[in-house]
Design a binder for this molecule. Structure first.
Ligand code: CO8
Length: 373
């Protein structure tokens, strides 16, 4: 058996970002257009008039101030309201692979290793731009990595579930060096015409290098243990899929072909599940909360993270103990906790411990207990 360590992370951040104010101006223009175009049906009660959004609500309900996106013009155009991405030929890199190359290059530089030393690529994300060939294999080829790759999807917990998978394979010796990549184009499956959720997501890609302790060339974190749990729920759901055209109403525009959630229920049900999961993981490892220097939590909602921080630490977290990045990135699904780790882990000294924790659709929750070597 080999001791797996986390030796590098990298973050690809898109060049365009959208503030709450810009988003709300576009959304409200869409609402005015929609209500004018459907004035007669609204007047006779056949269609419900759409209500306007507000920046104040978005910040108060979520803590989000802006989000990075792969395309801004499409989702801010009231006549389009989704990202407009360039058509690529099959002979050029796909957009997820392109994002992944940037994040992987940064993560490998931090770990101080060459792409050719990687022998496992896991592309773990909430959605994949095509069914096959696997995105991970395209990343492997573009980067010049060895071994094999496969894709996996556990929604917001994809990164931590991917880290557990890679760590276990490194531990057993079936691979030597792995990279877990999370290209999240959440703007592609968000419904930008729904005011309940139009502000929630952004785009990003993260990458994490996992290797044997004996191979690590620079500063690294020992992966003490990982824990994953799932519990089925329909409260976060997207019904789009490969059987769509085979269904009687498959070609119709349907709301459930994009991200849907019952946000209040998610809040109520996921919070106790996450706090219990983290506390159980720590207890089994004989680690007390006051031995943790930091929590790197999934980045969905500030109030949610405040609650989890309080529950796990048993007190209000001090500044820096539970850093948020969601104010700048919004919810980036599985990448959120890895962005937080990547930006807020350089100050760790030997023996300092921290926990990464993701949670979301499924429901799913994944935690990774780390100790700086
Ligand atoms: N502007 C103004 N008012 C609004 C708006 C708006 N944009 N939206 C809603 N309101 C109104 C509502 O109509 C409601 O009015 P009323 O009280 O009169 O009925 C009032 O404001 C309150 O609405 P909510 O109850 O919906 O508001 P909340 O306080 O619950 O906040 C949140 C909404 C922010 C969505 C919150 O519920 C939340 O964050 N919940 C947890 C969500 C979460 O963590 N989800 C995880 C999902 S992510 C995941 O697992 C990955 C999925 C795969 C990725 C998908 C990529 C797209």
């Amino acid at each position: 058996m080999f001791q797996p360590v986390l030796s590098g992370t990298g973050v690809f951040t898109p060049s365009e970002s959208v503030s709450n104010d810009e988003l709300v101006v576009a959304f409200n223009a869409f609402v005015e257009l929609f209500n004018a175009q459907n004035a007669d049906a609204i007047a006779v009660g056949e269609i419900e008039a759409k209500a306007q959004s507000s920046s104040e609500f978005i910040f108060k309900a979520s803590g989000i101030e802006r989000r990075y996106v792969m395309n801004k013009s499409g989702l801010l155009d009231p006549e389009i309201m989704h990202p407009s991405l360039r058509q690529r030929s099959d002979d050029e890199p796909g957009i997820m692979a392109e994002m992944a190359v940037d994040a992987c290059t940064k993560a490998l530089a931090v770990a101080g290793i060459d792409a050719s030393e990687i022998d496992l690529v896991i592309c773990a994300a909430s959605n994949h731009e095509r069914a096959y060939p696997a995105i991970s294999i395209e990343i492997q080829q573009l980067m010049g990595m060895q071994g094999f790759g496969f894709d996996m999807n556990v929604a917001c917990s994809s990164a931590t579930f991917g880290i557990q998978t890679a760590s276990d394979m490194v531990r057993s010796g079936s691979v030597r060096r792995a990279i877990v990549v999370n290209p999240e184009i959440c703007t592609g499956h968000l419904e930008w015409r729904d005011r309940d959720c139009h502000f929630i997501f952004g785009d990003v890609c993260t990458a994490t290098v996992i290797e044997r302790a004996e191979d690590a060339k620079g500063d690294h974190f020992v992966i003490k243990s990982t824990r994953c749990a799932t519990q089925f729920s329909n409260n976060i759901r997207n019904n789009n899929g490969f059987l769509r055209r085979s269904r009687p109403d498959g070609t119709k525009e349907r709301r459930d072909m994009q991200f849907m959630q019952n946000g209040r229920k998610v809040f109520k049900e996921v919070l106790p599940m996450v706090a219990g999961h983290m506390l159980g993981h720590l207890a089994d490892e004989g680690v007390t909360a006051d031995q943790l220097k930091r929590l790197w939590l999934h980045q969905a909602n500030k109030a949610m993270n405040d609650f989890i921080g309080r529950k796990v630490l048993g007190r209000v977290p001090e500044a820096g103990e539970q850093p948020n990045i969601l104010q700048d990135y919004a919810n980036t699904s599985s990448a959120g906790s890895i962005i937080a780790f990547s930006k807020f882990s350089d100050d760790f000294g030997s023996g300092d411990k921290g926990m990464i924790c993701s949670f979301g659709a499924g429901y799913s929750v994944g935690s990774v207990l780390l100790e700086r070597a």
